[in-house]
Design a binder for this molecule. Structure first.
Ligand code: ATP
Ligand code: MG
Length: 574
């Protein structure tokens, strides 16, 4: 938790000022019973004072009480404001760093944390840390001062009555401690259930179209209802346990008061002293209840803090190696590459390929055969398990990541567009010129539809580009990949929504305008990769055919089968 708390350091001044104000407020509050006692015992019951003297002193001490009450109020209000300020800013800094760290995590690290868990660390966990800091600053100083100060003042007034008070404090403390201890695990399960609810909500919002298309809204609502029911039940359980603490503490307090009055009567204590002790009792009790609440938020917050810290302390420094060089004649070379996501079974095995600059590689194969995995390895989102991958004769693990990634223009499978203008989407913060953007839009066959949009390049896309068709989205994504004139262009299943004519025009434009660019094209349709210099046919992570289209038709049964099936379908369609 220390790492998280270090985020408060820049706001030390604000925190200290807040604590001083809290201290002043708490001390002022403690003086109230004392002043009351003086009014009753030393003024009202003082026979040495005449009527006007009594009035004068009552007014003076009454004014002092008012002053203390105002000071306690103002001290609290201003201290709370400062607390909100420092805890809010600290949470902002923490979230910022967490977000930054999350964006630098490697794909393997993201896989190991899990996306929903990373999201809940950024949202609910950082909220719990905020609550922990804010509550502790608000009550963590005030409550102990009230308890300790209350006891000291009580002892300074009447030792016997103070002993009654002192005997009640541990009793109340133990009761509250036991109840709180019991409630903490239940609060943790509330936290877990909340995560589950966030995950469900997210899935629902993201998959709203699929859910509607499959007519599953009712089913989803039912599942959501189950989760919220469970959450409500767990929250109820936690609150039911905690709700015991107030009545039990009050019971002990009332019993203590009875004892106090009896002891007061036996020892002939003054009315003022008994009244003042009554108030000390209430102040101390409330402070103890406040402490128990801090106990809960600290337990919850520290669990969240350690979840956040485990992300923050993940090593994201670049690991560049010193692997032997490959054949410098090739732009891309794979040598006996194998890889496994889970370390158990290989998702790619013994892949060899070599490609000169400007050549095109086509990859085809059933779903799950390893096509996207091959691209993940080429771009070094994951490191190979065996073998080597070279770009221009240099192992990809020897490149600094930024230098390596700059070589690529890529459209991932199911890639996304931002809710921003067409221009911003193609430019993607790279400060490209209009000429570069327009060239990319022309080549990606997006000119006609972009010009037809209201505002053209300035047209604003909706969230997830829902105001564009599937084919329009794919063309913009291709434009984005082309716009920075990459050395290697990767298109992973990114022409599936284009009609045959547009797909063909795109291929022609790529060959013409980006002739020097090496292209890696993953496709389901043979027509998309037919003209490639090298086609790989993947099956279950293995290369079962490699060569040009004509060669594969003869040598690879699987390829031949896909081809004849697709040709048959095309003939039937026409
Ligand atoms: N992040 C991951 N963690 C674990 N396994 C994964 C991960 N990504 C892919 N896999 C597994 O690796 C195998 C190859 O997946 P890959 O995405 O490369 O297939 P693909 O050929 O691109 O399929 P598709 O045509 O459906 O896109 C599959 O069995 C898949 O379940
Ligand atoms: Mg894929």
């Amino acid at each position: 938790m220390t790492k998280t708390l270090r985020y408060l350091k820049p706001y030390t001044g604000t925190v200290i000022l807040g604590l001083i104000l809290k201290f002043i407020g708490a001390v002022a509050e403690l003086f109230l019973p004392l002043l009351l006692e003086w009014i009753i015992d030393d003024v009202a019951a003082n026979d040495a004072l005449d009527g006007s003297g009594k009035l004068k002193w009552t007014l003076v001490l009454g004014a002092a009480m008012l002053g203390c009450a105002v000071m306690a109020l103002l001290g609290n209000i201003f201290a709370n404001r400062l607390t909100v300020k420092s805890s809010g800013r600290m949470t902002h800094d923490l979230r910022y760093d967490l977000f930054k760290k999350t964006s630098y995590l490697s794909s393997e690290q993201v896989d190991s944390f899990g996306v929903p868990s990373l999201i809940s660390r950024l949202t609910s966990d950082s909220y719990y840390v905020n609550q922990m800091v804010a509550r502790t600053l608000r009550l963590g100083v005030r409550a102990p001062i009230l308890i300790l100060g209350g006891l000291i003042l009580a002892f300074s007034q009447d030792v016997i009555l103070a002993c009654v008070l002192l005997a009640c404090v541990p009793l109340v403390g133990i009761t509250i401690f036991l109840i709180t201890k019991k409630s903490i695990p239940v609060y943790f399960s509330v936290q877990k259930k909340q995560d589950e609810m966030v995950r469900r909500t997210q899935e629902n919002v993201t998959g709203v179209r699929v859910i509607k298309a499959l007519n599953k809204s009712g089913y989803e609502v039912e599942k959501f209802e189950d989760v919220t029911q469970e959450l409500a039940a767990t929250e109820f359980r936690a609150n039911r346990i905690m709700s015991l603490s107030n009545p039990l503490a009050t019971l002990i307090l009332n019993l203590g008061l009875v004892v106090l009055i009896v002891v007061g009567a036996v020892c002939h204590s003054s009315t003022g002293a008994v009244l003042a002790f009554l108030q000390f009792f209430v102040i101390i009790l409330n402070a103890m209840i406040a402490l128990s609440k801090i106990f809960v938020v600290i337990s919850r917050g520290s669990a969240s803090a350690s979840r956040i810290e485990s992300v923050l302390s993940t090593d994201t420094t670049e690991k560049t190696g010193d692997y032997p060089a490959g054949d410098g004649r090739y732009r891309i070379e794979f040598r006996n590459v194998s890889f496994s996501y889970n370390g158990v079974e290989n998702n790619l095995e013994g892949v060899d390929l070599s490609l000169y600059a400007g050549q095109t590689l086509g990859i085809i194969g059933a779903t799950g055969s390893g096509k996207s995995t091959l691209i993940n390895l080429l771009m070094r989102f994951y490191d190979v398990g065996g073998g080597q991958i070279f770009i221009d004769g240099r192992d990809v693990r020897n490149y600094p990541t930024a230098e390596l990634r700059r070589k690529f223009g890529v459209v991932f499978q199911n890639d996304f567009l931002m809710a921003a203008s067409v221009r911003e989407n193609v430019d993607y913060g790279r400060g490209l010129t209009d000429e570069e953007i327009n060239k990319a839009i022309d080549c990606a066959q997006a000119r006609e539809f972009v010009d037809g949009l209201p505002g053209g390049l300035g047209f604003d896309l909706a969230q997830k580009a829902n105001n564009l068709s599937g084919g329009q989205k794919q063309r913009l994504l291709v434009a984005r990949a082309l716009a920075a004139s990459p050395e290697i262009l990767i298109l992973d299943d990114s022409s599936s929504a284009l009609d045959y004519a547009t797909d063909a025009a795109l291929r022609k434009a790529l060959a013409h305008s980006y002739a020097g660019v090496t292209k890696v094209i993953v496709a389901q349709r043979i027509s998309s990769i037919k003209h490639a210099d090298l086609i790989l046919v993947l099956d279950d992570g293995k290369v079962i055919g490699a060569g040009r289209h004509d060669e594969l038709i003869k040598s690879c049964g699987e390829y031949n089968l896909i081809y004849s099936t697709q040709m048959g379908a095309e003939r039937e369609a026409s």
